[in-house]
Design a protein around this ligand. Structure first.
Ligand code: CAA
Length: 488
């Protein structure tokens, strides 16, 4: 299948364009031999000398199609040379509809380019679009756009050259030109070259599996499904999966109530998540696996060995580990170049950061794919090298550990320790409330990695933290940590 429109799949069947209908029946309309493209249920083709429309084999050659340069959304855009004041000539973009009538939408005079039924214009130094009714749109992040091509704006942000689509999302990152200083002059010449290079360098992820339906796995599945990805969510029992789906639904509903998303988006996101207990079956056809099982090195190693055997050879294996070495995990597999850290933060639907951790062997292609995916999920990726705790937990966990020492030594109550950090340091929540949110077992696991790997006393886990974990006071998830939580 090469395209999809109006409930039918357009495909090349034995060298011809055709359709597969919803029952799987193949239809190759007559006269499709001349078809050279397919858009929105219509197939523009050449009949005699004019470009015309053929649909269901019925020729509908639109008059005046000789001038057509492209075909989109059932209309043929043309550049119309107009005479103004008898002498001056200027070019206006317009459409020829299927009846052959010329339509010149208002304000199209200013159009500098044309894409997907919209005229691209520059208004007061910004790129924007004018639709057929003459309405102007300036998509988010377009203010900084230096150039415009193929329906996307080329924007320089923090020294990086990005493609930004009309939703304001990053549709790709241009690496080869980062060092070029006069970007606006070279881009029109080179953009088509590096559109190709971006597509080659990174893979578009549409289907992924999330292993582990705990707090982080739920959050990752939620965000990926909300951004259009098909998600297989895997855990060991049906019960865990059902509870995870309920939590995801509850968190999506929060976003609906806050009018961040629509009820339809919520339903669509839920419909994209398939819960499964069979790991091997779940990863058999995915492009990416994100592992989010508990922070235990032996468990993660075992999972990676299984994933390596069961996932397609080209699939990327990412770990949401908060402290375990990516290089070490990669060495459990036969595909170390395709192993990477993709570290999300709790609550995943809210937190902006994804720490991207490159292992020693991680390839550029793997890195590019994951970097672009993080951006496509509306997150901000920050790249770090593989070192214990990466940056986030190397800095955060010693602070939490020290706050626990303060409680153990009677310096202050948990409430007062948190109050000091909230009011004095403007942290959104105190370190002990945050430890409860993260899970005290997770905090202990990370401190143990820091202590073992970096070998310094300053990383020694606080004895009170050990004691609370031993007692099963793990924070919010067990209803009790430094604070008590009503079960909901
Ligand atoms: N799903 C969807 N939305 C959620 C959500 C969830 N799970 N949890 C909270 N929200 C939304 C709320 O609906 C609310 O939305 P609006 O802004 O649209 O109103 C927003 O998030 C804020 O929530 P609240 O009003 O309920 O509460 P708050 O203002 O106190 O914020 C918080 C809560 C976002 C958790 C904030 O306190 C915070 O940012 N805390 C710090 C969290 C943090 O540091 N996380 C990183 C932990 S480290 C980690 O995860 C990695 C590791 O390796 C250990």
């Amino acid at each position: 299948m090469l395209a999809f429109s109006e409930g039918r799949a357009a495909a090349r069947l034995d060298g011809q364009w055709g359709f597969t209908d919803t029952t799987g029946r193949r239809i190759v309309p007559s006269q499709y031999e001349q078809v050279f493209a397919y858009r929105n249920g219509y197939t523009p083709g050449y009949a005699k000398t004019a470009a015309g429309l053929h649909r269901s084999g019925r020729p509908g050659v639109a008059p005046a199609y000789e001038a057509v340069q492209d075909f989109a959304y059932g209309l043929a855009p043309v550049a119309v040379i107009q005479k103004v004041l008898g002498a001056m000539r200027r070019t206006r973009w317009g459409f020829i509809d299927v009846r052959g009538e010329m339509v010149i939408p208002p304000q199209f005079t200013r159009a500098l380019a044309f894409s997907e039924g919209l005229a691209a214009v520059r208004v007061e130094g910004c790129w924007g679009y004018i639709d057929r009714e003459g309405y102007l749109m300036i998509p988010p992040r377009y203010e900084q756009a230096h150039a415009f091509q193929h329906g996307v704006a080329l924007v320089v942000e923090k020294g990086r050259l990005l493609y930004i689509d009309r939703g304001g999302a990053c549709a790709g990152r241009a690496r080869p030109l980062e060092s070029v200083s006069h970007i606006s002059y070279v881009l029109p010449l080179l953009s088509s070259i590096y559109v190709v290079s971006i597509r080659k360098a990174s893979m578009e992820i549409s289907t992924l599996a999330v292993i582990g339906a705990g707090t982080m796995g739920q959050g990752i599945a939620h965000v990926a499904a909300l951004h259009g990805r098909m998600v297989r969510l895997v855990d060991v029992s049906e019960d865990v999966l059902q509870r995870a789906l309920q939590t995801i639904e509850h968190n999506l509903e929060r976003q609906v109530k806050k009018e961040r998303i629509t009820a339809t988006q919520k339903e669509e996101a839920l419909s994209r998540i398939v819960p499964l207990t069979d790991l091997e079956a779940a990863v058999a056809e995915v492009q990416l696996v994100i592992e989010a099982v508990p922070e235990n090195p032996d468990l993660k190693a075992q999972v990676f060995e299984r994933l390596d055997r069961a996932a397609p050879p080209e699939a990327i294996l990412a770990s949401n580990t908060s402290s375990i070495s990516i290089t070490w995990l990669a060495a459990r597999t036969q595909r170390s170049a395709q192993v990477i850290g993709m570290h999300f933060f709790n609550p995943v639907p809210v937190m902006q950061l994804v720490e991207i951790v490159r292992g020693l062997e991680t390839s550029d292609a793997t890195y590019e794919t994951i970097y672009h995916l993080a951006e496509a999920l509306d997150k901000t990726p920050v790249t770090v090298n593989d070192a214990p705790g990466f940056v986030s937990n190397r800095v955060l966990m010693p602070m939490i550990n020290e706050a626990i020492y303060c409680v153990m030594e009677g310096v202050a109550t948990p409430e007062d320790v948190d109050r000091v950090m909230k009011l004095g340091m403007n942290h959104p929540m105190g370190p002990l409330a945050l430890a409860d949110l993260i899970g005290l077992d997770v905090c202990l696991g990370i401190m143990e990695v820091l202590h073992r790997e970096l070998g310094e006393d300053k990383y020694r886990p606080c004895p009170l933290l050990r004691k609370m974990v031993a007692a099963g006071r793990l924070g919010r998830k067990t209803g009790r940590g430094f604070y008590e939580y009503a079960s909901n």
